[in-house]
Design a binder for this molecule. Structure first.
Ligand code: NI
Length: 203
């Protein structure tokens, strides 16, 4: 009787362990598949090469993300809150890091290239920041680039016939090879954000 009971308990434990490991494996597969996705399904490789223009009208490619670590985020100049806050926060984090943070680059890619021309992006960003470089281009090329970074955005029509944009609000932290290193969420604590930036600078 005792032996059979132990056998039953043993079998139960083995089954529980099997279920647990299967669950863990499933979670690993799912997280690998979704990280660092913003929820946009695409077959384009992550962070694919691109040909766009910066806010000076000069050509810019993925080579701009190589050699130095970078912060990369996506938005639009008509954004009422998220984008101005993000620019402001990047400025303050990098200022806080002092000389150590000088090597960090920062890029703002407009997901609203129809309105965000080179001139518009320049007039918007330059008064706010001498660190954040604007990127725009033809809508097709900008959107292809944003899709490759798994970025979500959506045009939201307004009653007056105008539109606003809903968009992915996290900041990507890239390493010196221009590869994904970490992600800073919108509203993340400054100390946490600065720790990620320091880690990328030390990478
Ligand atoms: Ni925004």
């Amino acid at each position: 009787m005792m032996n059979r009971r132990f056998l039953t308990i043993g079998l139960g434990l083995a089954l529980a362990a099997l279920a647990l490991s299967a669950g863990l494996m499933l979670r690993v597969v799912l997280s690998e598949r979704s990280a660092p996705s913003a929820g946009v399904a695409t077959s384009v490789s992550f962070g694919a090469p691109f040909n766009l223009v910066d806010y000076n009208g000069d050509p810019i490619t993925e080579a701009a993300f190589e050699g130095r670590p970078s912060l990369l985020f996506f938005g639009f100049t008509h954004c009422p809150d998220v984008c101005p806050t993000t620019v402001y926060e990047i400025e303050s984090w990098l200022r806080d890091l002092g000389p150590a943070g000088e090597e960090m680059q920062a890029f703002f890619v407009s997901v609203d290239p129809e309105r965000d021309t080179v001139e518009f992006l320049s007039d918007y960003l330059k008064p706010q920041s001498d660190r954040v470089i604007g990127i725009t281009g033809t809508p097709e090329e900008v959107w292809q680039m944003a899709r490759s970074w798994r970025v979500y955005w959506k045009k939201i029509p307004l009653e007056d016939g105008d539109y606003t944009m809903d968009h992915f609000a996290s900041i990507y932290v890239l390493d010196r090879a221009g590869q994904f290193f970490d992600k800073i969420s919108y509203g993340e604590e400054a100390e946490s954000a600065k720790a990620k930036i320091r880690a990328a600078l030390g990478s």
